[in-house]
Design a protein around this ligand. Structure first.
Ligand SMILES: [Zn+2]
Length: 307
């Protein structure tokens, strides 16, 4: 029993001194190069959320999980971790930027309605126009047929007049034809009147289209003037101890902003290639299925010292 205790004690001393030596080595290494972002997991929490963003904390946590995955799947590392009460906060700060985004969304929805009503009027115009065209074609065919028969009839009447008159039977036949012509002309005139009414409706619609198009084009020009500039990534900011988001439109939009700011939290700068998460502009990235570009991966690997 006694011997055993001594042996144990000796071994304990051995391990302890080894640990001290290792710790000394680590300290020396750390003094030369700080631990890389890839060697630690950044614990984050959702901080303050301005209610004007109209998004719940749960939704933000979900989007942060998505942003996390984009980096972690690309690298196979646990770089971020949601942890309630972590010091590193993600905040949604409401200011002029989001106010403008909301105004932009409203203007866009208004324009979409304008575009829809333009399309509806155009559709109606086209359908009435083709109705008028078909009706006119049919009418002209009827007129041509009528004129041909009228011509034949007149020739026949002239013939019998030159002979000094027709038989009673022939006269009755010609008279019936003449009466038939009378009602045919009345029918043709009725159709022509309907076609003219249709034509004036087509013309009214054409004017309406021009008016709607004019208003719509003016609104589009105004919209482009106010909101047309490219969206830069100043909608979010990594301060070193937190991430503030100032502006987003859709949730997929917010996820990309969070992913981008996570990239800055990984010590990354902007990279080239407009489809990169770390590109300075937002627009060419795939919002529905965001992925790291080879430039993003190269930047992080460089930061982590991985080849
Ligand atoms: Zn940036």
């Amino acid at each position: 029993m006694y011997m055993k205790t001594i042996r144990k004690y000796n071994r304990g001393v051995g391990v302890l001194s080894l640990l001290v030596i290792l710790a000394g080595v680590i300290i020396v290494v750390m003094a030369v190069k700080p631990a890389s972002v890839c060697e630690q997991t950044l614990a984050y929490d959702v901080g303050s959320i301005n209610p004007k963003f109209n998004i719940t904390k749960e939704e933000i946590v979900g989007l942060l999980g998505g942003a996390e995955n984009i980096w972690e799947e690309g690298m196979g590392m646990n770089l971020f971790q949601y942890q309630p009460d972590a010091d590193f906060k993600i905040n949604l700060v409401f200011d002029e930027r989001q106010r403008k985004t909301i105004a932009e969304r409203r203007a866009r929805e208004f324009l979409e309605k304008g575009g829809n009503s333009y399309e509806a009027v155009t559709k109606k115009y086209k359908s009435l126009l083709s109705l008028h065209k078909a009706g006119l074609k049919q009418y002209n065919e009827r007129v041509a047929s009528y004129e041909e028969r009228l011509n034949k009839y007149n020739k026949e009447v002239a013939y019998y007049n030159s002979k000094g008159g027709a038989s009673k039977e022939k006269y009755k036949e010609l008279e019936n034809t003449r009466i038939g012509f009378k009602s045919e002309v009345a029918g043709l005139n009725k159709t022509l009147k309907e076609l003219n009414t249709l034509n004036s409706r087509v013309n009214t619609l054409a004017k309406e289209i021009n008016k709607v198009a004019g208003t719509y084009n003016t609104k589009v020009a105004q919209y482009n003037n106010v909101f047309g500039a490219s969206v830069t990534f100043d909608q979010g900011e990594y301060t070193g101890s937190e991430i503030n988001v100032y502006q987003f439109d859709k949730k997929s939009d917010l996820r990309l902003v969070l992913t981008h700011e996570f990239g800055h939290a990984l010590n990354l700068d902007h990279v080239e290639n407009p489809t990169s998460v770390m590109y300075y502009l937002m627009g060419k990235q795939d919002l529905n299925n965001p992925k790291l570009s080879s430039e993003d991966i190269f930047a992080l690997k460089t930061e982590c010292g991985i080849k």
